[in-house]
Design a protein around this ligand. Structure first.
Ligand code: 13P
Ligand code: SF4
Length: 355
């Protein structure tokens, strides 16, 4: 039988009050031109997450960079020849890039771009938790600090968690999982693995509401429901498709449906509209912009990535990600293990590593 024991309740996370950068057309165009020239001059490439602004995503695409989920961001940065990686996303994404590429310079527009899952899993408390359960394989989500990864056997992302946990379960291993309790609960339900869960949550996905989603589905009976697995069980249970950000975009592109209810950060709509221009996309309900909704389908840390800050970081060589060598050496193992595992899976499924 699966085991689910959650350590003590975690203190609430302080959520910054960030607004996305708003630029006039002239300033936007001038910044894009300046950043494009700087990228070239600095031998740099821009790697962005789907939750960043449409302007950042468009610039990454236009300059030969990449927009993707957290697994693919790591892979792209690792494979690319540029000596500087500019990571537009949140801090753990920059750290992962640095850990995999210690010889490269990794810059971010704003080093204060954190993640509630990372903040909710301090390395010292996590280490004590691991020490108390030495019989378990430690599996951590990508959304963690370098120091937490250094304590792990495996790192997973939303796109790889089911495969990895199934693989470990088949080997008879019991799992200690951190930090997202909703993703952990979903993986446990899907795989039947024996998992002990840390008590973290994403402040964005946690806001999606099951009852309100029922009502929205009644109003849109033909809509296909797409859910990121950081969402609560009451929301996941109503999904037609559960997956990583890349998986959700692919679903909009490939599914026959023309209407979709989407439970994840609304930044993803930019790529979904590009992927399937004629399709109707509806935000899954949160508590609305009321006092009880702290971050209504918009990650406050992702919003810290603006073009001005990106230009400043590149121009001034600011906001460099540094990871102590000893921590990086230990953290590289679980990340490399995932990349090797994912590459082997692609080889099995597609017969090559290009897919
Ligand atoms: P993905 O790996 O699916 O892009 O998820 C990252 C994330 O932070 C979702 O909130
Ligand atoms: Fe972290 Fe949630 Fe923001 Fe993703 S959306 S970066 S999990 S706080």
């Amino acid at each position: 039988m699966p085991v689910s024991a959650i350590p003590s309740p975690r203190p609430p996370i302080a959520i910054p009050n960030t607004a996305q950068e708003v630029l006039g057309e002239a300033e936007h165009d001038a910044l894009c031109a300046e950043i494009t020239a700087l990228l070239r001059a600095e031998d740099a490439v821009l790697v962005a997450h789907y939750y960043t602004s449409p302007e950042i995503q468009a610039l990454a695409d236009a300059t030969g960079g990449h927009v993707s989920d957290s697994l693919d961001m790591a892979r792209f940065g690792h494979d690319h020849a540029a000596s500087t990686l500019v990571v537009a996303g949140v801090r753990f994404m920059g750290e992962t890039a640095k850990i995999l590429n210690p010889e490269k310079r990794v810059l971010m527009p704003d080093l204060a771009a954190e993640c509630s899952l990372d903040l909710g899993c301090p390395a010292d408390e996590f280490s004590t938790f691991c020490d108390a359960h030495p019989d378990r394989t430690v599996v951590v989500y990508a959304n963690t600090s370098a120091a937490v990864k250094a304590r792990a056997d495996w790192m997973v992302t939303s796109g790889s968690a089911l495969d990895v946990v199934n693989h470990l379960k088949d080997r008879g291993e019991k799992i200690l999982w951190a930090p997202d309790r909703y993703l952990g609960d979903y993986v446990q339900n899907e795989t039947g693995a024996d998992m002990l869960l840390w008590n973290g949550a994403c402040v964005v996905h946690e806001e999606f509401k099951g009852e309100e989603l029922h009502a929205l589905r009644r109003a849109h009976p033909e809509a296909r429901v797409l859910v990121h697995p950081e969402s609560p069980r009451a929301v996941i249970e109503q999904a037609d498709y559960v997956g990583s950000t890349s998986g959700l975009i692919n679903e909009v592109r490939m599914a026959r449906a023309t209407e979709f209810i989407v439970a994840t950060d609304r930044g993803i709509f930019h790529k979904m509209r590009e992927a399937a221009p004629g399709k109707v996309l509806i935000e899954a309900p949160t508590a609305g912009r009321s006092a009880t909704c702290q971050s209504c389908a918009a990650c406050p840390w992702m919003a810290m990535n603006g073009l001005r800050k990106l230009r400043d970081a590149l121009r001034d060589g600011r906001n460099t990600i540094e990871v102590p060598a000893a921590v990086a050496a230990r953290a590289r193992r679980p990340i490399a293990r995932l990349l090797d595992f994912a590459a082997a899976r692609r080889q099995e499924v597609y017969g090559n590593n290009d897919a």
